[in-house]
Design a protein around this ligand. Sequence first.
Ligand code: UN1
Length: 476
Amino acid sequence: MRPLLINGEWLTTSHASENINPSDTSDVIDSFAQAGLAETQDAISAADAAFASWSLSTPQKRHDILKTAGDEIMRRKDEIGELLSREEGKILAEGIGETVRAAQIFLFFAAESLRLTGDKVASVRPGVEVDITREPAGVVGIITPWNFPVAIPAWKIAPALCYGNTVVFKPAELVPACSWTIVDILHRAGLPAGVLNLVMGAGSVVGQCMVDDARVNAITFTGSVGTGARIAKDSLPHMRRLQLEMGGKNPLVILDDADLDVAVDVAVNGSYYSTGQRCTASSRLIVTEGIHARFVEAVAERLNNLVVDHALKPGTDIGPVVDATQLEQDCAYIETARREGGNLRTGGALLKRDTQGYYLSPALITDTTPDMRINREEVFGPVASVMRVRDYDEALSVANDSEFGLSAGICTTSLKYASDFKRKSEVGMVMVNLPTAGVDYHVPFGGRKNSSLGPREQGSYAKEFYTTVKTAYTAP
Ligand code: UN1
């Protein structure tokens, strides 16, 4: 059993949960200790107690620990990448790529520890000085989803530690192995006891306990809109800072003047890679009349040639869906789209492979309209729908017709339309001739509307969430 980490001690529990490989359900990766209320409260107490000294630790110390961890993750990228693919189901190249990204994030924030500056400003009053500094937010609760088992924990834990916060970390129940590995690496890199605590377990117990505890000063969460809304509501009495990254229903616009090969690459990558299980996935393909037939034909052909199989098998393009519940949801959405008048152009079939896993062929649904559920709700699977529009203006208005606003993309060779789309998209991230998913690690990440609440993640913008500003006045 892999233990919890509380106050610098590894701790087993009476209850453990098994981690199953979605490519092969007979493959049990390991079992993981499950925290209850008492363990979670102990973890919060430990983080609370460790804050006084960690918040005053030197930038050099934080740098050295984050650098040591980043270097070890980079050194072990093949092994951790394989573990990631085994527990989550994305293909090995994606698992290794994500691990490299996590290492880069730790190295970025290692250096960032040395760069925290403030401002010194002349007061409007004579003889008075004003200093503006940043201090850590306090005890940060980190709650992560299953779809990026290494990168998302990294992009929350690294800045939290970099800016002097202490952490209670709850990874997704489906993917504890990578989180456990990252915490083990940070622990051995020299973090003092209580600075980072790992509490694996159920959201309804561990997550809720963190939300209900006034000692947790900030919560950063990536997951569903429903859970995010509940965290926000239950956090209100505590007046804590929140950073919520939730769903997406990201549009990709294809204009008549697009380079067809680029558009097909961008759509197939953005919609279906990582089994479409990315909040940044393009799920609404908005295509103008003149290119519609050629685009749909070419995407369908590409999809038919993609290999859906075991995530670790050489040659696999698309791994399995993460679990039975998600698979059911994907199939239900495909069925609803057909009932509402969509045409299942290709895919959407359950596949049998050598190993028992949750295999679904990538589905393309055409002839859909903006009001259909498939174009309003997030599926979170290898499913995309096509809407045919007259021209750029209609494309832009359909693209913005969503409760979500995470990322949006356009494929065009026109500078005029690209510039207009960048300006008028109601989202946090815009891509021109690039997939809506797959972001850099050193620039801000986040969205608008129901996709996100609170300051951006990643890059130096992360400090807006992980620090609080103090303005000090001095009359000498
Ligand atoms: C990416 O597209 O590279 O949960 C990252 C998600 C996002 C991360 C996407 N928070 O899918």
